[in-house]
Design a protein around this ligand. Structure first.
Ligand SMILES: [Cu+2]
Length: 611
């Protein structure tokens, strides 16, 4: 970043330098990197001391002493807040008279709840305050610093929500970020619950951001808060209606398990999620019941409770002053060289001698991971891979030695620590080498150690959990459906220094594709470049991968991609062909690269389901 650019851009800094200024956004999208590069330093109060030429690599983050902090042994789910008895109970129509932003009406409100505001016991209800916290400690060697968090219940930070199929949830989101915020990030928010089969108005559409004074271009008006309605029904709700035999409604083969919520504000997802706005939402049902003691013969009885453990990985960069830096205006962004695990660099997790289910999430913004579990001498250990993108695979994958995660991908694995003696130390390492935000390079050992496990105790009670070979059946499209499906191609490529899909930049006002409700299509996602990788995310509906190609030659679909997916990794010159159904809730949705830097620099399309 050149200081003269910084100086010259300062004169343009006004209130209009905010997401609500559409003309600035249009300008931002159509101009090149040289102009875009300037305001990052302008708006980044923490990194303003740094002046770095564009062609110079960032210096590495300051060193840290590893393994100083412990992760909690148990991650407690968020306690409910009783919203039905609140003076402002949730209702189908936005309560704009009392400060709710101008969201669209909740779809099917009357169907689920009746023609009235929510009654007690009709849904689980949670209250989130989105707040700036000034004393977050990423690492004891670093200064305490600003982070943004979802705060719920009894001051739980980025809490984990436990949800159950057949039980709707309302999450009320209060935007309490400072309107006068400076530095990277923007205090307008839109909360996306990644992969929930949730209606458009609760999906966290990027143009639906809000604060008390500003509203996104697709949001009806500003507000202090917003209710999100999560029906927690299986996809296929219209095709497989609710009945005595199907009490949840929808297709149980479509169950989702490991989901996450994060900020999705248009143009500022990398910055806002990078400030810390991300957390888990775990969805259980009769099979994956979250109870290893479950007497129901259908229950899988996977490790549960304290042994069902979430880990969110984020790549972050820190300046010489140990404060987090992020360049939100550079289309190549800022690659993190420190990996936080649930907000902490190089934490220790003390584990009991028994099976654990780990739910790994690549929470971005940019880095790809290939995780291995190794002994201190770097010998690889084995584990069972049970779930990809939060969905239980048709069959357990045994004796695995690594899992790969593009941004937003999830992997659930089961590690059996009973194979180790007390005092054993193991490490989670990332061996996927990456030196820029463009994508990963080769696999290189020994890799970076990101978590230390210490087997420090016997379990309180015998481990009765299981890992069945057969997990959840999958509905694959029939040959007739594949033959009948229209084919739509989406090309992900670089254009004018920005990132484009089919040659276009994000436009939240108009849909690039319109799907009839209940229809299905084959989508082909192509990355014709040899220089970049794109983890592509499609909102709302999952796909089944039919074929994979590298440089036009078909390659096998790996076993871990044979379930349902919502993120599709496109390496160099790769193409993925997938089968998509468009069901249940009409409205506006998006597809985008989930490298949040690419996403924020226009690699996104809106697509709609027409009701
Ligand atoms: Cu990308």
């Amino acid at each position: 970043m050149k200081s003269d650019e910084y100086e010259s851009s300062q004169g343009n800094a006004t209130d209009s330098d905010s997401p609500s200024n559409e003309s600035r956004r249009a300008f931002f999208k159509t101009t090149g990197a040289t102009i875009l590069a300037a305001p990052a330093i302008l708006t980044s109060r923490k990194s303003s001391a740094q002046s770095i030429a564009d062609d110079e690599p960032l210096p590495p983050s300051p060193p840290t002493t590893p393994w100083l902090r412990e992760l909690p042994e148990v991650i407690e789910p968020l306690e409910q807040t009783d919203l039905a008895n609140d003076p402002l109970p949730p209702q189908g129509v936005a309560n704009t008279a009392n400060g709710e932003c101008g969201r669209a009406n909740h779809q099917r409100w009357e169907h689920f709840f009746g023609d009235h505001p929510l009654y007690p016991d009709q849904a689980d209800t949670y209250d989130f305050r989105v707040q700036a916290i000034e004393d977050h400690e990423f690492h004891p060697d670093y200064a305490k610093q600003l982070a943004w968090n979802y705060v719920g219940g009894d001051d739980q930070v980025n809490p984990t929500i436990h949800a159950r199929y057949g039980r709707p949830i309302i999450v009320r989101l209060h935007n309490e970020l400072p309107a006068n915020h400076s530095g990277f990030g923007t205090p307008e928010i839109s909360m996306h619950l990644h992969n929930l089969h949730a209606p458009s108005e609760s999906d966290g559409f990027p143009g639906d951001y809000f604060s008390a004074t500003k509203a996104g271009p697709t949001m009806g008006g500003p507000g202090r808060w917003k209710d999100h309605f999560y029906p927690n029904v299986y996809a296929g709700y219209d095709e497989f209606p609710k009945s005595a035999k199907n009490p949840v409604g929808g297709d149980y083969r479509e169950a989702l398990g490991t989901l996450w919520y994060h900020d999705h504000c248009l143009d500022f997802t990398a910055a806002n999620a990078g400030r810390g706005l991300a957390g888990f939402y775990l969805l259980y049902d009769e099979l994956d019941s979250g109870d290893e003691h479950d007497p129901n013969p259908k229950a899988l009885r996977l490790p549960s409770g304290a042994y069902d453990y979430t880990m969110a990985f984020q790549d972050k960069r820190f300046g010489a002053d140990t404060l987090q830096i992020h360049d939100q205006f550079d289309p190549e962004g800022t690659l993190g060289d420190k990996v936080t695990v649930n907000g902490i660099i190089e934490p220790v997790l003390k584990v009991a001698r028994r099976k654990y289910r780990f739910r790994f999430l690549n929470a971005g913004p940019t880095r790809f991971y290939q995780f291995h579990i190794v002994a201190p001498n770097n010998v690889q250990q084995t584990f069972i891979h049970i779930s990809n993108d939060g969905n239980l695979l048709p069959r357990s994958l045994l004796n695995r030695k690594n899992v790969r995660l593009g941004v937003a991908e999830r992997a659930d694995i089961v590690v059996d620590f009973s194979a180790y003696s007390l005092g054993t130390e193991l490490y989670l390492v990332n061996r996927w080498e990456q030196t820029s935000t463009r994508g990963p390079k080769g696999i290189k050992g020994p890799g970076m150690r990101v978590v230390k496990f210490v087997v420090n105790r016997e379990p309180d009670e015998p481990d009765v959990s299981q890992v069945p070979t057969k997990l959840r059946p999958i509905r694959r499209p029939t040959a007739a459906e594949i033959a009948a499906a229209p084919v739509r191609t989406w090309r992900f490529e670089r254009k004018n220094g920005m990132w484009a899909i089919n040659g276009g930049f994000v436009n939240v006002h108009s849909a690039a594709a319109n799907m009839a409700q209940g229809s299905f299509e084959i989508w082909e996602l192509e990355n014709p470049s040899g220089g970049w990788s794109h983890p592509v995310h499609i909102h709302f509906e999952e796909g089944v991968i039919l074929n994979r190609y590298v440089s036009g030659i078909e390659v096998p679909v790996p076993g871990y991609e044979k379930g349902r997916k919502d993120v599709y990794r496109l390496g160099h010159n790769e193409k993925v062909r997938l089968f998509m159904r468009f069901r249940d809730f009409p409205g506006k949705y998006v597809m985008h690269c989930h490298n949040m830097t690419h996403e924020d620099h226009a690699m996104m399309v809106r697509w709609d389901i027409l009701g």
